[in-house]
Design a protein around this ligand. Sequence first.
Ligand code: ASP
Length: 442
Amino acid sequence: MALKVCKFGGTSMADGNIIVEVKKIMESDKDRRFAVVSAPGKRYSGDVKVTDLLYSCQSELNETGGISKSFPAVRARFLDIARQLNLKTDIGAVLDETERRIVSENSTDFTASRGEYLSARVFAEVSGAKFIDSEEVIFFKADGTLDGAKSYKAISEAVDGVKLAVFPGFYGKGADGRVKTFSRGGSDITGAVVARAVNATLYENWTDVSGFLACDPHIVDSPRRIKTLSYKELRELSYMGADVLHSESIFPVRKANIPINIKNTFRPQDEGTTIVPTSRHILSGDTVTGIAGRKNFTVIYIEKSLMNAEIGFIRKVLSVIEGAGVPVEHIPSGIDTMSLVVSGEALSGDKLNEIIENIKEAVDPDVVRVIENIALIATVGHGMSSSVGTSARLFNAIASADINIKMIDQGSSELNIVVGVKNEDYERCIKAIYNEFFASCR
Ligand code: ASP
């Protein structure tokens, strides 16, 4: 039997009118039984998301011990929504209680979670669904990661015999018994966790775009929509900055082979993008599926003669980076050279100098050089491994745009080729790659 879990993002919860549309979406398909909702997002460009208003409440609380200046904006958003929807719930009383608890709990995660909590309370009344508080069914381990087994069990017990339910996204309970949130955008993960727990046949993720585009529409005018994507391609693209879906939200559903369908609340008739377990399902025959990238990486280049013969060289270098608590994104290497690509943000303060000094001490290299302001661009697609000449086309396109490639990393999966270019060449490089692989088939 088909069973769908639907996650509705912030723009789908932004005001009463759109919440009514969401209710219609749920009602139009009886397989849509479980909803996961975000906090109200922006109603117009320049508006502030409720989650951001709540983070401001916490800043005020930290500074002054109260939230009297910043909470009224949160209150106003929910009072508006309640008025538009004609809610019976005494939302004023719920907001009073929320305000009191934000002050007494005094925890950033608790404060930030209240947008989802209130949103789910509202939607439960509107849709006649049971409200299930994620605090009671989603659990984190002491190391801060999701306790999948415990959460799946609690969710499946909570929905037993329930026809329609709504869960607040973004948060659960930490190992210390207090409310804990996922990282920003984490309601996508909640949706995936619920989908896995109830053994859904489909995880629908309702946003304000009709799926993934082959590249950033701010760079290329109306790029092609991607109809089907594999979990692996999605992981590569969202890690590299395609931000339709939280990059960690695939893990729970991937294990259970549950496809994800990205849909547009404002254009429900659009097919969207479907994310499927393996490339065998990809029917498009395209060589490249999508292009994504991020700016501001730093490359630490290390050279030492006979590096390849020195046992433990890479381990020693990596221990230095690990000791500094900096994640490494890529490690392109040659016979006597290796580079560490790290995000520029991770190197705040004096970290970079400290790392360089420690590398010199640990492995006595011939050369250590730092190249900053590098943009990484990933060209992703399962089709790339089976088509001869893909890299030649890619590098030719970049060369024809007169862009110097600073680094190349082809993942061993042959699923992607990552190039590093100067930040200032980023947009031009994406355009050049897009035009090479997609321009003719728009
Ligand atoms: N409301 C949270 C955020 O803005 C979580 C989410 O929307 O997924 O990050």
